[in-house]
Ligand binder design. Structure first.
Ligand code: SIN
Length: 493
């Protein structure tokens, strides 16, 4: 197996990007410190402070005060600041992408795509905040007029995952800034460096540094408990697992803190006989391999109709076998490492279990020898429902395919899950596309489209996949309260 390593030039550029991080250090972690590793090599690339819950509360105080002043700024000022931030983030695309790629393991090309995706949220909210949604209503029995307006919700706790370390931060912080709110931000312990650089660039663009307080910590539970118990915190936005989301909602309930939850997925992807084969294969590769499959919206259960199944499996396996696995910043790599060893062990277990239950391994399925958390792009065909992989969020580069006969049957199977984030349908029949999309119990549906995410779209799930939406104008409303003025009126002469 060819296993590309980065060129000296790329390695040097990525080292420079790391060294340019605010307060960068890289030494054996002491007490109250933790290391950040490169999943391609398992080497330490940075050492950070792990803040205590008490230190986090000090950050709450700083942010709360800054938020009160920021809430009074004009929409134009906030918009101009976010526009500056967009320009600066794009100007630093390579630097940010190197940091993302080194700490998270997605390929450098994908990391550059993530910087654009992340910056798109900043630009979207720079534009969106200038069009505040308000309303005018008449009291139906007369005697008063009602005006509604949206006001900042207040101090927001933003907890981000490791899989999109920049986009999941900007998707939360840009609407918070736009709405006039301060934030306390907790990045994932595995990928805090991107957040530190993103926030530094936002400060350089003109966002007050007191408004966005980053807390790096290994004491996640104690941190959330302390911060959510503080009455100054009025909002939580969390992206991560359903079980952690449920715990956080329990904590948020004590102070009636508004919650946005972007939680687990188990996305079905449906390919009908009348699909365009090439389009379906391309779309499935994207829906499966984007971010190495480490996405809540990754195609998890792939259902293919009998008439197209052989050709589809053949073509998908061919494409998957051509994907080059290697160090995330190496040239020509199409699939980087998984986030950690536990993930790779899980993938191996799922593949072995599926094969033991009768699934056919068409390509991949192995962990290469040596350092780094690598797993081959894999296709499994005829996966039986009893296999663990058919009932688990894989979060990795394994396409688990099973076959179906009728639309009715596949809809029943696709919806047979407590999750409801994303789904995909491939068909050239417009009626089928819309009817199937309407019947799928998910918050977003990619129709002949393997990447439905977009800053202009309201991203979010149904059922146990979450509450609330991120992106679009719905994402701004998550950081606002509705207030109305009921103005009494009487006849005047
Ligand atoms: C996620 O995996 O949580 C986000 C994916 C996306 O924004 O497309």
């Amino acid at each position: 197996m060819t296993f590309p390593k980065p060129s000296a030039e790329r390695l040097a550029a990525s080292e420079e990007a790391l060294r340019s991080l605010p307060g960068y250090t890289n030494h054996e972690p002491g007490e109250k410190e933790f290391a950040v590793l490169d999943p391609s090599t398992e080497e330490r690339i940075a050492t950070l402070k792990s803040l205590s819950p008490e230190e986090a509360i000090a950050e709450v105080a700083i942010a709360d005060e800054a938020g009160r002043a920021w809430a009074k700024t004009t929409p134009r000022h906030r918009s101009d600041t976010l526009h500056n931030a967009y320009t600066l983030l794009i100007a630093n695309k390579e630097r940010l992408a190197f940091v993302i790629s080194r700490e998270m393991g997605k390929t450098f090309a994908e990391a550059q795509g993530e910087v654009q995706y992340a910056a798109d949220y900043v630009r979207w909210y720079a534009e969106e905040l200038l069009r505040p949604a308000g309303g005018y209503r008449e009291n139906p029995v007369g005697g008063s007029t009602i005006l509604t307006k949206r006001v900042p919700i207040g101090l927001s706790l933003l907890i981000a995952p490791w899989n999109f370390p920049m986009a999941m931060i900007t998707r939360k912080i840009a609407p918070a800034i736009a709405a006039g709110c301060a934030s306390v931000i907790k990045p994932a312990g595995l990928t805090p460096l991107t957040t530190l650089l993103t926030v530094e660039l936002l400060v350089e663009a003109g966002v007050p540094k007191e408004l966005m307080r980053v807390v790096t910590t290994t004491q996640s539970s104690a941190f959330s408990e302390a911060v959510l118990a503080d009455p100054r915190v009025r909002k939580i936005s969390f992206t991560g697992s359903t079980s952690v989301g449920s715990t956080l909602m329990g904590l948020a309930a004590k102070n009636i803190v508004k919650s946005s939850m972007e939680l687990g997925g188990n996305a079905p992807l449906l390919v009908f006989d009348d699909a365009d084969l090439e389009r379906a294969v391309e779309g499935t590769m994207l829906a499966k391999l984007r971010n190495g499959g480490q996405s809540c919206v990754a195609a998890n259960r792939i259902y293919v109709q009998e008439g197209i199944a052989d050709a589809f499996v053949e073509a998908l396996s061919e494409k998957m076998s051509q994907v080059v696995l290697g160090n995330s910043i190496a040239e020509g790599v199409g699939l980087g490492p998984a986030i950690n060893r536990a993930a790779v062990n899980k993938f191996q277990h799922l593949v072995d279990d599926a094969v033991a239950h009768g699934a056919e391994l068409r390509t991949g399925g192995r962990t290469p020898e040596g350092a780094g958390y690598f797993f081959e792009g894999t296709v499994l065909d005829r996966v039986p429902t009893e296999a663990e992989i058919a009932n688990t969020e894989i979060f990795g580069p394994i396409a688990a395919i099973s076959r179906f006969s009728t639309q009715e049957e596949v809809l029943q199977r696709a919806n047979d899950t407590p999750f409801g984030l994303a789904s995909y349908v491939f068909t050239e029949n417009l009626d089928r596309a819309l009817n199937v999309a309407d019947a799928l119990e998910t918050g977003l549906v990619g129709i002949n489209n393997g990447v439905p995410s977009n800053a202009a779209a309201p991203f979010g799930g149904m059922k146990q996949s979450g509450l609330g939406r991120e992106g679009s104008h719905e994402g701004l409303e998550e950081y606002q309260e509705v207030r109305y003025y009921n103005i009494a009126r009487r006849e005047s002469t």
